[in-house]
Design a protein around this ligand. Sequence first.
Ligand SMILES: C[S@@+](CC[C@H](N)C(=O)[O-])C[C@H]1O[C@@H](n2cnc3c(N)ncnc32)[C@H](O)[C@@H]1O
Length: 348
Amino acid sequence: MDTEAQTTVEAPPVSPEPLMQMIQGLQVTAIVQAAVQLGIFDRLAEGKNQIGSIASGVAADERGTRILLNALAALGIVETSDGTYALSPLADAFLVSSRPTYLGGMLNIMAGRWAWAAYPRLADAVRAGGTILEEHAETPGHEFWEAFAPSSVGVAMPAANALAEILGPWAAEHDGLEVLDIACGSGLYSLALLAQQPSAKTTLLDWANVLELTRANVEKMSLTERTSYIEGDVFEVPLGGPYDLVFASHIFHHFSEERCLELLRRLHDTLKPGGRLAINDFVPSGSRPADEPFPFLFSVIMLTWTREGEAYPLSTYERLLAEAGFGRVEVHPSIGMPSSFMIAERND
Ligand SMILES: C[S@@+](CC[C@H](N)C(=O)[O-])C[C@H]1O[C@@H](n2cnc3c(N)ncnc32)[C@H](O)[C@@H]1O
């Protein structure tokens, strides 16, 4: 018997490297999250560049800090030479908390407590076809949304400004524009428009605990006089109105198509004839998942975290909007995140 032939394993036709990177993805997130939680990037931005001074600056052990800094260097977000450490251009732009472009808050959203609790049970969510968490995205006033509102500012601000630019010429034709911002979170989508349109007013709707945080942004932007609030479930509370414009940013992906249609009908009825609905959401364009990964990966978050939500394609939005009584849908790419703006007009 040829024992050599029995023990020889043929080299696989592909390298395992991409798979190994996927398997280590959890560790990469944990490394970046720990560095943000400790304030490592802020200390590096202050010019601390030796392990000792960085460790004492973040009140951590030197050995632990050395191992973490070297892992950050291995990932390429910290640069190191001759025993000193410095920010990479990527970390300098996005991980120093005083920068207006700071994105560290995204860790509270993508890798918050709920995520570390939910992902180990993803297989159960796949079996069930939806969240198996007792407390999830649809739990009224879930504390996650309190973390979301301030943490989303870094990504919401550029997108909100871009949407305000797109709507600006139309909004300027409507003196005293009345706006409703549903599931408003930070409120930045309508607040950015108000900052640009001096006679516009907005009504901000979300759970009561989230609106406490929205108020802080309203005050910071000195827009208190032109702002009012509706607390509660967007499917249940009276919406007031009629409005010229409704913002619905990153909310439809939480629900089934039937619930989306129910909500679209409510929003249609709260608009003035000719009024507009501006939706911002993650919308797969029809490309293969490998060519456009984000919305497909995002749908997994919705699988773990909602009962029936997912990222819907444009064709679904177009169909549901038409059924709810809206006319042609204008589509624009967002800025800073892989979202699309869909602007529809009330038909009658
Ligand atoms: C993904 S965040 C989007 C926030 C903001 N529109 C943005 O794009 O940054 C979803 C928001 O919807 C709110 N929300 C979820 N379900 C809701 C419901 N049934 N009624 C009112 N608000 C709801 C949450 O509290 C949260 O602020």
